[in-house]
Ligand binder design. Structure first.
Ligand code: FES
Length: 152
């Protein structure tokens, strides 16, 4: 049976009812209509579903919605400030860091999380730090350039 749950997403609190087996990804997409987080594999391998939970990168397909009560969830929809894109979104635009775009929300959320982690400054660090996000189009050189620029 569904249980009541409060989720704080992009600075807004949402009251919803979900079954305990529902993943955070499905709750975001199906219950809250936030379809920016993508479902690629639904098993933790592609990174398309990456969101931030209390500022840290999480694969939303691998965690249950009911475990996120009281935490601060940020999705791609919450990055821009009004009309102003987040610097990482701007960097992906400027460097053409995508082709089909399906992996892009996850890439950008992962890149924002990556930027606040203690990685080194080399492109090898970026490639390693971003290795949980797969791009089937192979846009990696542009993605690396975008992350290098967007992390500031
Ligand atoms: Fe979550 Fe692929 S959909 S990692």
């Amino acid at each position: 049976p569904a249980v009541p749950l409060k989720l704080q997403v992009n600075g807004r609190e949402h009251a919803l009812e979900v079954e305990p087996r529902v993943t955070l990804l499905d709750a975001l997409r199906e219950n809250l209509g936030l379809t920016g987080s993508k479902k690629g594999c639904d098993m933790g391998q592609c990174g398309a579903c990456t969101v931030l939970v209390n500022g840290r990168r999480v694969n939303a397909c691998l965690t249950l919605a009911v475990m996120q009560q009281g935490k601060r969830i940020t999705t791609i929809e919450g990055l821009a400030q009004g009309e102003t894109l987040h610097p990482m979104q701007q960097a992906f635009l400027e460097h053409d860091g995508f082709q089909c775009g399906y992996c892009t929300p996850g890439q950008i959320m992962s890149a924002v999380g990556f930027s606040s982690e203690p990685w080194g400054q080399t492109d090898a660090d970026i490639r390693e730090g971003m290795c949980g996000n797969i791009c089937r189009c192979g846009a990696y050189p542009h993605i690396v350039a975008a992350v290098r620029d967007g992390r500031g």
